[in-house]
Design a protein around this ligand. Structure first.
Ligand code: GRF
Length: 194
């Protein structure tokens, strides 16, 4: 399966996907990293792993449609079939959704539909919930709203801090995301766009 990973920041989930491919537990070919931030650490990870990246500055485009058209061009040139969002801090617009219907997935650090949007872990921690977790879902036009594929619960412990909770959620993300992607590919539950 030819995939592109989209990320905007640290890229620890990108790394876990790369590591799963290298370990042979995820049958995917990471054709491209797409990144919207020149200072993102994920770019260094890609370089080290010899994975090609396409980094763009949204400000230098007229609008979302313009940069998504450029992204589509890049994806097509690499014959990308599926898009894996991993900390990509932007809503996906109609241009990409039309080109990759049912072929885009995202990971979000809460039990959706609870705590969508930014700082989901902080939101859950501040709300005082006893259980939070992570969700993997298909992407639609909304903010973390697409159909849910898989979830994993993580307990909030009595002596937790926001940071400790984040550490446990992210650790779970790093094992769960590659596993769920592999299941999706095996069960043909992602529809290849090309
Ligand atoms: C992850 O917690 C993911 O769930 C969310 O953004 C974070 C990205 O972290 N969508 P990283 O860049 O993969 O380290």
């Amino acid at each position: 399966k030819k995939i592109a990973v989209f990320a905007s920041g640290n890229g620890s989930n990108f790394q876990s996907i790369v590591d799963a491919v290298k370990a042979g537990t995820l049958a995917a070919d990471i054709r491209l990293l797409v990144c919207d931030k020149e200072s993102a650490f994920v770019l260094e990870r890609a370089k080290k792993e010899k994975i090609e990246s396409f980094c763009f500055s949204p400000k230098s485009f007229h609008d979302k449609e313009a940069f998504e058209l450029e992204i589509v061009k890049q994806l097509k040139s690499k014959a990308v079939e599926f898009i894996v969002l991993a900390g990509y801090m932007r809503l996906i617009g109609p241009t990409l959704l039309q080109e990759y219907p049912e072929a885009i997935v995202n990971i979000h650090p809460s039990l959706l539909p609870a705590f969508p949007g930014k700082d989901a872990i902080g939101q859950a921690f501040d709300a005082g919930v006893k259980v939070t977790g992570l969700s993997i879902h298909y992407v639609d036009a909304g903010m973390d709203t697409g159909p849910i594929i898989a979830q994993k619960e993580i307990e909030v412990l009595a002596n937790d801090t926001r940071d400790r909770l984040q550490e446990r959620i992210q650790k779970a993300e790093h094992t769960t995301y590659p596993e769920v992607l592999q299941q999706l590919f095996m069960q043909e539950k992602l529809i290849s766009a090309h």
